[in-house]
Design a binder for this molecule. Structure first.
Ligand SMILES: *[C@@H]1O[C@H](CO)[C@@H](O)[C@H](O)[C@H]1NC(C)=O
Length: 160
């Protein structure tokens, strides 16, 4: 009896884990800020990126939408588009990446590609940014504890 229950629990856990992998996740704002900070995105740009992600994907790391212009699709939290920036099924585009790689939970590669897109085409490449962020009040992240900020604040105390 106990063994049956144990087996059921393990099975349930596996199902939850697999479902989680497939569904991706909705990143909390402060987690997204942390990822941007980790990728060394300048502080001055963080609010713009958060606004862009909220507008484009509602922070869904696994969102895939399309077909759009010329039967292209858009992938992940930044909705990176297959027309120009990545290729479906194999490496390609401006970022030389598989689009599918932008629809998993690891958004560091997404950030690298998004920064590249911004450097080439500007934030105006994202219709969501144009609509919801350009010349609009941007989200604050003052309520997020950034590791690099925390370190800076704590250093002097440690040396006392
Ligand atoms: C995120 O997007 C995926 C793919 O479009 C969808 O299946 C999933 O339900 C979305 N997650 C949430 C929480 O909306």
């Amino acid at each position: 009896m106990l063994r049956k229950i144990g087996q059921c629990l393990i099975l349930a856990l596996l199902i939850v884990l697999i479902a989680d992998q497939v569904q991706g996740k909705i990143l909390a704002k402060c987690d997204a800020v942390k990822e941007l900070d980790k990728a060394k995105v300048p502080r001055s740009m963080i609010s713009n990126w958060i606004c862009l992600m909220q507008s484009e994907s509602k922070m869904n790391t696994s969102l895939i939408t399309g077909p759009k212009t010329a039967s292209s699709y858009s992938y992940g939290i930044f909705q990176i588009n297959s027309l120009k920036y990545c290729s479906r099924g194999h490496s390609g585009g401006l970022c030389n990446k598989r689009c599918e790689d932008f629809a998993n939970d690891d958004i560091q590669d997404d950030i690298q590609c998004a920064v590249k897109i911004m450097n080439v085409d500007g934030l105006k490449a994202w219709s969501g940014w144009m609509k919801d962020c350009k010349n609009k009040p941007l989200p604050s992240y003052a309520d997020c504890k950034l590791q690099s900020l925390v370190n800076k604040l704590e250093e002097p105390r440690e040396s006392v």
